[in-house]
Design a protein around this ligand. Structure first.
Ligand code: SF4
Length: 333
């Protein structure tokens, strides 16, 4: 199946497995979604929900023995999930930028910021050294590094955590990518600067027309920055829809729980959800709806039959409660 023509990124029926001595653990189980050009899709869930792995699959960085066991990923209509390492490495950087939780994952401590920016720019764009340096400086200005002209030749350790993450954003934007995968980009930062970094990322991406897959456990960040949100639970999408609709009127019982814990941006919450219990480990995912042991609405059917995503208003929800509503609606027609 080809990706959606309108979509910048199309993920279709993605399944990620980890084979081990006792069998196979399924960490991402048959998920599909699209990201439109310039759109910010927030992907939210507890640790282990499969959100970071999905981001890693898109940029070809799943660590073995993990593997894409099924499904397809398309970027601007081109299938990218089965490309050789060198090919996907070129796409990563040129067409897809990446921002991780720890800025030092992306920055080489031994090289000055100017060298890293200039090398990345020259790898992807046909600019000479002088032009690349001018562009690097422009980018540092854009991401709000004060005194960029004086600081461009500094090393990563000479910047604070927040300033380093700004440099990483500049690095991710260097090659004018169409998509950025941002995985918990503010989690490691001081709470007082998280909001600044999110609003910077959002502003720059809107200005450059860059789409973003924003992976986070923080519903406050999603509410602040995303256009649409996908809620993941146990490797599946529980609910996906426009952020206002999901925040205003969450449908899936798990999303309801997440909304109960919505923090103000810049304030840490220790627990993502107020719901009793925790997400099952991969080897203990129950049959039927994976949320059933924690769900106050669970019925016998939920314990045996897996709910599929279905359209409700402008969202899609994987919950049997909505099958019943549809049946009633049809009966009343
Ligand atoms: Fe709860 Fe059942 Fe809906 Fe799952 S399918 S969220 S268990 S009501």
């Amino acid at each position: 199946m080809q990706g959606d023509n309108q979509a910048l990124l199309s993920v279709r029926n993605l399944r990620i497995e980890f084979p081990n001595r006792r069998g196979t653990l399924v960490a991402v189980d048959d998920i599909s979604f699209d990201i439109a050009p310039g759109e910010i899709l927030g992907v939210v869930g507890e640790s282990g929900a499969g959100k970071s792995l999905t981001g890693a699959a898109i940029i070809g960085l799943i660590e073995p023995p993990g593997r894409i066991a099924q499904g397809e990923i398309f970027l601007e209509g081109q299938r990218i999930d089965h490309l050789p390492y060198e090919e996907i490495r070129k796409i990563r950087g040129r067409q897809i930028g990446a921002i991780f939780q720890d800025p030092l994952t992306s920055l080489n401590p031994l090289y000055s910021v100017s060298r890293q920016l200039i090398e990345t720019i020259q790898t992807h764009l046909p600019l000479n050294e002088r032009e690349a340096r001018a562009r690097a400086l422009e980018l540092l200005d854009e991401v709000g590094i004060p005194g960029a002209a004086e600081r461009i030749d500094h090393y990563p350790h000479q910047f604070s955590g927040g300033m380093r993450q700004r440099v990483v954003i500049a690095l991710a934007l260097c090659a004018e990518p169409r998509l950025i995968i941002a995985d918990e980009p503010t989690t490691a930062l001081d709470v007082s600067i998280q909001a600044q970094i999110i609003s910077l990322l959002k502003g720059l991406c809107k200005e450059h027309g860059t789409a973003v897959m924003l992976v986070t456990h923080d519903m406050g960040v999603i509410a602040e920055a995303a256009d649409r949100v996908a809620v993941m639970y146990s490797g599946r999408i529980a609910e996906i829809g426009p952020v206002q609709e999901v925040v205003r009127a969450a449908k899936h019982p798990y999303t309801h729980g997440l909304m109960g814990s919505i923090p103000h941006i810049g304030h840490h919450v220790d627990q993502l959800t107020q719901i009793e219990g925790s997400m099952p480990r991969l080897q203990e995912i129950p049959s039927g709806c994976p949320f059933n042991p924690r769900c106050e609405e669970a019925s016998d059917r939920c314990r045996v039959e897996r709910p599929n995503l279905q359209g409700v208003e402008q969202s899609e929800v994987a919950c049997h409660l909505f099958d019943a509503q549809r049946v009633e609606a049809r009966a009343g027609e």
